[in-house]
Design a protein around this ligand. Structure first.
Ligand code: CUA
Length: 165
C-alpha cells in the first residue's frame, strides 16, 4: 500500500498532538502539586470543633526549628486565627477545617490554595522566606458574607517575631 508523503506527515503530527494532549493533562493533574484531600487525613466532627484538640483554639504552634503548625478554622464569614502570624524563614504546615459549609483558603498572589470541607482537614505545607503580608481569601461561594470573608497572614522579620515558647 502506498501512503502519500503528506499523509504520513499528518499521521505523525496527529500522533504528536495526542501525545502532547495526554502529557499536558497528566502534568496538570499531578505535576503542578495539585492534590485531593487524602483519605488518610483524619476527619473531624464539624459540629464539635470546640471540643477538638486541634481546632478548639485556632492557633500557630512552634513545633521545631523554623517549623510551625497552623490550625485554622474557616467559617462563615471569618478565618481564625486572624491574623495568622509567623516569622520569616519558617516552614508552616496548615491544617484547615470548617464547621459549617465549604470555604476556600487562598493566599492572594501565591499558589497556596485549598478547598476547606466540613469534616475534612485540608493539609498543606508552605515555606515563607521573606517578610510580608498576604491576604487570605475565601474562593468558594459560602453565603451572603462570602465577598467579605477575608483574613490576613503576616510573615514577620525574624527579630520582630515574638516566640511564645
Ligand atoms: Cu467562605 Cu466564601
Amino acid at each position: 500500500m502506498h501512503i502519500h508523503r503528506y499523509e504520513k506527515l499528518w499521521l505523525v503530527v496527529s500522533l504528536l498532538l495526542i501525545v502532547g494532549l495526554i502529557a499536558t493533562v497528566t502534568y496538570g493533574a499531578v505535576g503542578a502539586g495539585v492534590a485531593m484531600i487524602s483519605d488518610e487525613e483524619d476527619t473531624v466532627d464539624p459540629n464539635a470543633l470546640s471540643e477538638d484538640d486541634r481546632f478548639a483554639e485556632p492557633r500557630v504552634e512552634h513545633v521545631g526549628e523554623n517549623e510551625y503548625e497552623a490550625y485554622v478554622v474557616a467559617q462563615a464569614f471569618i478565618f481564625r486565627p486572624d491574623p495568622i502570624e509567623i516569622p520569616e524563614g519558617s516552614t508552616v504546615t496548615f491544617y484547615i477545617t470548617s464547621p459549617d459549609v465549604i470555604h476556600g483558603f487562598q493566599l492572594a498572589g501565591t499558589n497556596v490554595n485549598t478547598m476547606v470541607i466540613p469534616g475534612e482537614v485540608a493539609k498543606l505545607t508552605v515555606e515563607f522566606d521573606e517578610p510580608g503580608e498576604y491576604g487570605v481569601v475565601c474562593n468558594e461561594f459560602c453565603g451572603s458574607g462570602h465577598h467579605d470573608m477575608e483574613g490576613l497572614l503576616i510573615v514577620h522579620p525574624e527579630d520582630e517575631y515574638e516566640h511564645d515558647d
